[in-house]
Design a protein around this ligand. Structure first.
Ligand code: ADP
Length: 446
């Protein structure tokens, strides 16, 4: 096992990785920008190295500075967390070329899944159902028209280099296609420097259901069940739960098996997530995330596994310590993302935290790097805490979540806690009846 790991991230996820390392007896090296000198991940790590000024491009995205920090601290491996460089294949390759272990999949797998057209083709070949659409890139408006007519409107024009919901345009009818095609190409060119687009059937009321998989370097692959992440705003997840209220045990086992088989076929190693749209009883693969995800704790709560520890173990070459039939899912878990944002306008609200009190008690977990007196810097993501609750069933989980949200005190900042509280009073949410566009309708109508 590794003796020392460098954590190439900040905030709650840097802390989460640090905690797994401590429990495994691994020393940690934190990196930080000048804006994060008094951050919690810096305070708790065994060593900390300042790698640059506040702007992410000069610090947390600065591969050379991170590799220098790994060299001078004698770290053996680098955990990228999520966001920043976690899905950057060139970075993963540089890490390996410099003699460190990248705690994640191989650079080739990151590259494969980073291009959406290639990912779609790969997924299809590996036996995953995909959304009906163009076989590859669509070069001209005429070609787009032929394909759209064949699959039927509405269609979605998507950037092959896409991410974060950018470079995506819906065409409801043939009359909208020209505008959608041109706008998606333009946005793709501006955002990603690559105008290539493809076409998919646009599903009107899908749910976002994703399957967690875990694979070692010896061909062993398991799935760890699904998460329902349909509650999103502007393609940003807001609340996640496991298991999905929309699936029964048979559907759950089936999609899990299909996802694990696909991961095995492509020779994947590490943690990964297959994302699907689910509508009218059918699953459609949309993408694979080749990293640890924000919402991984809900899977940990119902499976009893420490996913970060497992990720580190397989990166060190250890075989999985269990088979699919050893994994037992019990109870229900929900995660609320708490952002430093106005809960109505969603404008970021960085600033100094006054009083701080995190909820506790049976089944309550808070993953956060906040403390009283800490100043949330304006340069990074606005998520400041994750409240994760476990219950023996969904109803108990909801009751506990209401209680925990009531206890949470974060003075001095506006947060999304009041919106979570309103959500928890909604009959649709209580009954588990929501789709990907439910939250937008809910906040739009307030
Ligand atoms: P990104 O990488 O930009 O997040 P995704 O392909 O994961 O792009 O899609 C983001 C979100 O857009 C999905 O969670 C879903 O809400 C919506 N979406 C993507 N493809 C479709 C589709 N074919 N039909 C309906 N909604 C879609």
């Amino acid at each position: 096992m590794f003796e020392k790991i460098l954590i190439a991230n900040r905030g709650e996820i840097a802390l989460r990785i640090h905690r797994a390392c401590r429990e495994m007896g691994i020393r940690t090296v934190a990196i930080h920008s000048t804006a994060d000198a008094d951050a919690m991940h810096v305070r708790l790590a065994d060593e900390a190295i300042c790698i640059g000024p506040p702007a992410p491009a000069k610090s947390y995205l600065n591969a050379h500075a991170i590799l220098s920090a790994a060299t001078i601290s004698n770290a053996e491996a680098i955990h990228p967390g999520y966001g920043f460089l976690s899905e950057n294949a060139d970075f993963a390759q540089m890490v390996e070329e410099h003699g460190f272990v990248f705690i994640g999949p191989s650079p080739d797998h990151i590259r494969l899944m980073g291009d959406k057209i290639v990912a779609r083709t790969t997924a299809k070949e590996a036996g995953l159902p995909v959304v009906p659409g163009s076989p590859g890139a669509v070069e001209s408006l005429a070609e787009a028209g032929t394909i759209a007519a064949a699959i039927g409107y509405p269609v979605l024009v998507k950037a092959s280099a896409g991410g974060g919901g950018r470079g995506m345009r819906v065409a409801d009818t043939a009359d909208d296609l020209q505008t959608a095609f041109e706008q998606a190409r333009k946005e793709a060119e501006n955002s990603f420097g690559n105008p290539e687009v493809y076409i998919e059937k646009y599903l009107r009321t899908p749910r976002h259901i994703e399957v967690q998989i875990l694979a070692d370097a010896h061909g062993n692959v398991v799935h760890l069940g699904e998460r329902d992440c349909s509650l999103q705003r502007r393609h940003q997840k807001f609340l996640e739960e496991a298991p999905s209220p929309a699936l029964n045990d048979v559907q759950r086992a089936e999609i899990g098996r299909i996802a694990a088989d696909a991961a095995r076929k492509i020779g994947y190693r590490s943690l990964g997530t297959m994302e699907f749209l689910y509508e009218n009883g059918e699953f459609y693969f949309i993408e694979m995330n080749t990293r640890l995800q924000v919402e991984h704790p809900v899977t940990e709560m119902i499976s009893g596994l420490d996913l970060v520890r497992e990720m580190i173990r397989v990166a060190a070459g250890a075989p999985l310590g269990f088979a699919q039939e050893d994994i037992r899912f019990t109870g229900h878990s929900i995660e609320c993302r708490i952002n430093a944002e106005n809960p109505v306008t969603f404008l970021p609200c960085p600033g100094r935290v006054g009083d701080y009190h995190a909820p506790g008690g049976l089944g309550v977990r808070v993953d956060s790097a906040l403390y009283a007196g800490y100043t949330v810097p304006p340069y990074y993501d606005s998520m400041i805490a994750k409240l994760i609750v476990y219950g023996t069933n969904r109803n108990e989980c909801l009751m506990r979540l209401r209680r925990a949200l009531e206890e949470f005190v974060i003075d001095g900042l506006e947060t999304t806690i009041p919106l979570h509280q309103r959500l928890l009073a909604e009959p649709d949410f209580i009954n588990g009846e929501y789709d990907n566009r439910w939250l937008e309708r809910f906040v739009g109508g307030q």
